[in-house]
Write a protein that binds this ligand. Sequence first.
Ligand code: AMP
Ligand code: ZN
Ligand code: ZN
Length: 410
Amino acid sequence: MRWFKTLIAAACAAFALPLAAQSAAPAAIQAEQREPITILISLDGFRPDYLARGLTPNLEQLAAGGVKAAMIPSFPSLTFPNHHTIATGLRPDRHGIIGNTMTDPSHSPDFWVGGTDAWWWNEALPIWVAAERAGIPTATEIWPGTTVATNGIFPTDWHQFGFTIGMRQRTDSIIDWARRPAANRPRFMMLYIEELDHAGHEFGPDSPEVNETLAALDLQIGRMRDELASMGQPANLVVVSDHGMAARSEDRVIALYKEIDGLGVAVEQGAYSSINPLEGKDAALAEVLLKPHDHMQCWRKSELPARFEYGKNARVPEFFCLGETGWAVRGKAPKPGDTPWNGGTHGWDNQDPLMRAVFIANGPAFKSGVSLPAFDNVDVEPLLRELIGLPSHDAEIDGSASVFRDALAR
Ligand code: AMP
Ligand code: ZN
Ligand code: ZN
């Protein structure tokens, strides 16, 4: 019964307090002064001109009250290479995630987007690993590369990928992490949402389905902003995408698999096809590929145009055939039941405006109403370093935070 006596004694003591002390009690439990956190949000396949469709009022409001730009993706304009560029400040050639599918003669299994083999990710140090090493707790919601032990390290909190984990559930994870007490609240979070990319692939960038998904995405962004505000949590939100989207059609498919049959093997196919020669067939394959083609151009990896900054990494296959935007390259023979190549895709020339990505930043670190000229997505990682308090390492990477000089509030 000792606990009961203690409880009663405490209750009596409370009633015995002078009136002035009792009225001071609410002040003692006043709201915590929260430190700003940083949240990087990727909306896969969000083309910057989607913002002009009048379907995304919350994103437009964030842009108007912050910083907005079109962002130039790295080559090739695919999901995994570009997410890792955004997270490392390095071009794909230097961070090693040079495609969504990769092979390496010295290593197995091959890389695929759902793989759990960390070996493929160890050529570069992404920001969530740098943050963890510096004692900055991070939480990542399905960001590519965070679901394997990149450089031997997982974020403090992370969730496994799942197609059925939709945009609302992913957004809730971020809100829940932000709601934690200061002692175990992440200071840097990364959120990845993919539905817009799926709608773009299946139905094309100008479809009603893309428009519906835009509106749904915008609601989640607005909900996150409101929830953060209602818990008094200041946040620097950095909204990006990995690439844009352009229409494709079965009427514009190059049947390259017929020409390379018996000579080479396609590693990737789609907006481009990357191909390795079969043993002893390099010269014959070169003869077939390096001649002029309608709507497609092929290079040896060593001869790719310098502006792509691509082809030095050992993982890049020997030949690279890039379709003209809108034209797809079928490097592998189609199988019965394959989905027709209609709707839309990406992976084309990263300088094409249709491949461009979006950038919106809003929060205490940013000025309001800033519109920046288009910049390269290698510049995002150095900006994030500044926001979360990691030292700059511009000399070691391909990007620099200097493009944001006039956009930062300090
Ligand atoms: P793409 O958009 O064509 O470059 O292909 C990338 C696709 O990979 C995205 O649309 C996602 O649906 C999917 N994806 C992203 N992360 C994962 C993952 N961890 N496991 C499996 N698929 C993923
Ligand atoms: Zn993508
Ligand atoms: Zn995609």
